[in-house]
Structures are given as structure tokens and as C-alpha cells.
Design a protein around this ligand. Structure first.
Ligand SMILES: C[S@@+](CC[C@H](N)C(=O)[O-])C[C@H]1O[C@@H](n2cnc3c(N)ncnc32)[C@H](O)[C@@H]1O
Length: 400
């Protein structure tokens, strides 16, 4: 647990030298105990642990934060809550596109959004009621060269939003990222987020130019009218869900896919309704989770000439192969009712000894089934366990 005193020391020249040494020891593969002994000798007994921990957190942050990671001040908690900087930059650019010069980061933690807003040109008020979060944001704004544009404020976001009227904390734009974990556990109920759902709704009502990060599983029924909901996926996983206030809101729902720096977006002005359902054909398509969460599967289906295999399952099927960023596709070789014995026999007869199991709408455990289906054959396949027209079904597909 990093304290304010630890942070103060880590920001000093001695702290920087000890953290650099810790990073070098870790890069050389030195284990914790000898590493700490070496740091204790250099920096004293009180400082070895914090320097080792910061070096470890910076290494963990590097894939997402790039070269910035080596200058960041972090706690394990703040890093776990931090969004991806490239997405924070994208959010900041869209939020400020309407011309706001001042933006509030409501619940700043380590300051990822505050830094992104400042880098996008705004004067930022970064708010947090946690003193360690405020110290981290102050340190990171300075370390990343935007301290002159970031003011850090000790306040309760609930109170600030209750007093908001077109602006919040003196700013015409705001980003709110409620804490959705407590005691190491995810809080599924938005009323238990901090600040809670009532503050999210109040902010969306009172300040037009806002963006709120919410849980990807948020119920569509909660999205207020006139508010755009966006689901963003990177590498096939949802990384954030956003509610855009009535200022920047441009559509009903948006699915955004980020791949190798490229961005694809799919939007709908209103609910497109469900896709048609028809029997399994030659190809199976698994929509990206951003498409599924945003309720836009039927748009992709229409575009690809595809249909659902079951009204309750988000697998699509078509006659021909398709080229689309929105789906992963598999050629279907066999369709059979789910029966372990018959499935195993079929795989053996085809010389298939290795399978990747995918499932949707089935209680099976993919790793367990993959183990059960392992055999002597050298070929491999993708086995999809799902429901087709309500019946438990297996699709044996070719690997890509
Ligand atoms: C999920 S984190 C923000 C993460 C940040 N956007 C980032 O990407 O690094 C939420 C932050 O909100 C703060 N917070 C929660 N409730 C608050 C409240 N009522 N007033 C002020 N800050 C609050 C927490 O202390 C925490 O630092």
C-alpha cells in the first residue's frame, strides 16, 4: 500500500534513482528478496518496498501506456482502475470538439483522463476525494508535462454534480468514470458504484457536454433518452462502454472496434430490431462483442446477407465466406445434435485430435470439453457448442 509519504519520496531524486535501480534489477530477472536487499542497502529500509512496487507497476503499465509508463506514479489500485490512454485521448478529442476550453475529470484516480484532456488542449479540473489519487494526478500531470493545465481539487463528485447547471466544477465539459469495484469485487449494481447511478443520470441531465464510463454489461433500459451509448472493443474484448451526453451525442448506439490503431465504427439512429433466423449454412460468424453489446447484430447480418442460427444466440450464418472486421468466421463442416460420444466418433473419423471449443448458450466448460475430445489425430478443428432453433447443437468447423 503506497502512502502519501512514500509518494513524496518516490518523486524525489533519491526516489527516482531507487526506482530506476529497481526497474533494472527486475529487467535482469532478480527475484524479490535479493532485489529488496539490494534496494535496502541503496535507499534504506523504508524505501525499498515502494521503489520495487513502483517499478513493477510501471512495467505492468508499459503495454498500454508506452514510454509514458516509465514516468508515471501509480498504485496497484489506481492502475487497475486506469483506462487505456489511447482511448482516453479519443474520448477527450470528441468531448472537446464542441469547443469547451475547460473540462473536469470527475474521479481522476491516477489522472489518465485529466492528462488526456490537458494534452487535447483543455484546462482541467481533476477531482477526487481520495488524497492518494489527488497526489498521483498531481505527480503524473507534472511528470507528463501538463501540470500548468491541471488543477487538482479535493471534492465530492456527488456534491459537485448536485450543484451543476450547464457546467460542473466551473467547466463546460466533463468526464466521469465511477469506481465500479469495492473491496476487490466488481459492483454489478450501478446504484453501488461510486459515485452512484443517480449521480450519473444527474450529470447527463445537467451538463450537456459529458462522457461517462459505465460497465459494459449496463442494461440498455438504463440509457436515458437522447444519450448515445457506445461500446468499444480492442482485440476482440470490450474495453469500455460510454454514455455520451446530449451535446456530443450523435446517434442511438455505436459499436467501435480498435485494431492495430485503426478504428471501425457502426452506428444506428434507432433500435434496428432483431436479425432474421434461418438454418445453419456453410459459414458461421461470431460478431465482435461491441456489436453484440450495442444491439447492432442485425445491422451486421443485413450487411453480410447473414441470419441468426437461433433467436436468442448471437451467431450468424451465411452461404458464402465474408470479409468483415465485425465478425470472426468459420467454415462449417458438420452440424449435429450435441452428443459427446457421437461427436468424439466423428472427430476420430476425420483424424481430428485437437479442438478449440467455443460456446454460446450452453453450460459446457470449453476447456473441459476440449480435453475430453483430445485424440490421436493430427488435424484440428473449431467445435462450436450452441443452440440452433432451440436445440443443443454442435458445429464442427475448419480452423482458419
Ligand atoms: C475508476 S476511478 C477513475 C479512473 C480514471 N478515470 C483513470 O482512467 O485513471 C474512480 C475514481 O473516482 C473516485 N471517486 C469515487 N467516488 C467519488 C466521489 N463521490 N467523489 C470524488 N471522487 C470519487 C475514486 O477515489 C477513484 O479514484
Amino acid at each position: 500500500m503506497t502512502s502519501l509519504d512514500d509518494l513524496r519520496w518516490l518523486r524525489s531524486d533519491d526516489g527516482a534513482a531507487a526506482t530506476t535501480l529497481a526497474a533494472r534489477l527486475q529487467a535482469d530477472g532478480v527475484d524479490l528478496l535479493p532485489g529488496l536487499a539490494r534496494l535496502r542497502a541503496e535507499a534504506g529500509p523504508d524505501h525499498a518496498g515502494p521503489a520495487w512496487e513502483l517499478a513493477r507497476l510501471r512495467a505492468r503499465a508499459r503495454p498500454a501506456f508506452g514510454p509514458d509508463a516509465d514516468r508515471l506514479f501509480l498504485t496497484a489500485d489506481a492502475l487497475e482502475q486506469a483506462g487505456r490512454p489511447e482511448l482516453a485521448a479519443r474520448r477527450a478529442a470528441r468531448l472537446l470538439a464542441g469547443g469547451s476550453a475547460r473540462a473536469a475529470d470527475l474521479g481522476c484516480a491516477a489522472g489518465t483522463d485529466a492528462v488526456a484532456l490537458a494534452r487535447a488542449g483543455a484546462s482541467v479540473v481533476a477531482v477526487d476525494r481520495d488524497p492518494v489519487a489527488r497526489a498521483l494526478t498531481t505527480a503524473n500531470a507534472e511528470a507528463l508535462g501538463v501540470a500548468d493545465r491541471v488543477q487538482v481539487l479535493d471534492a465530492d463528485v456527488v456534491d459537485l454534480v448536485a450543484a451543476a447547471d450547464g457546467e460542473v466544477a466551473g467547466c463546460g465539459a466533463a468526464t466521469l468514470d465511477p469506481a465500479r469495484r469495492a473491496g476487490g469485487r466488481r459492483q454489478l449494481d450501478p446504484d453501488r458504484w461510486s459515485p452512484p447511478w443517480s449521480t450519473v443520470v444527474a450529470l447527463l441531465d445537467r451538463v450537456p457536454t459529458v462522457v461517462v464510463k459505465v460497465a459494459p454489461g449496463l442494461d440498455h433500459d438504463r440509457v436515458p433518452a437522447g444519450v448515445e451509448a457506445e461500446w468499444v472493443s480492442v482485440g476482440g474484448s470490450i474495453v469500455e462502454a460510454l454514455l455520451w451526453g446530449r451535446g456530443p451525442s450523435a446517434t442511438w448506439r455505436r459499436a467501435t472496434l480498435v485494431r492495430d490503431g485503426d478504428i471501425c465504427e457502426l452506428t444506428a439512429e434507432s433500435d434496428p430490431g432483431p436479425a432474421d433466423v434461418a438454418p445453419v449454412r456453410g459459414w458461421l460468424h461470431e460478431p465482435d462483442p461491441a456489436v453484440i453489446r450495442s444491439g447492432l447484430v442485425s445491422l451486421v447480418a443485413a450487411d453480410l446477407g447473414a441470419t441468426l442460427v437461433d433467436p436468442t444466440i448471437a451467431y450468424l450464418t451465411s452461404d458464402a465466406a465474408v470479409a468483415s472486421p465485425w465478425v470472426s468466421s468459420y467454415r462449417v463442416d458438420d452440424v449435429l445434435p450435441f452428443n459427446l460420444k457421437k461427436l468424439r466418433a466423428l472427430l476420430r473419423s476425420r483424424g481430428i485430435g485437437r479442438v478449440v471449443v467455443k460456446k454460446r448458450g450452453s453450460p459446457i466448460e470449453p476447456e473441459t470439453l476440449a480435453r475430453q475430445l483430445r485424440g490421436p489425430g493430427s488435424a484440428s478443428a473449431v467445435v462450436v457448442v450452441t443452440r440452433v432453433a432451440g436445440a443443443p447443437t454442435v458445429l464442427v468447423c475448419a480452423t482458419a
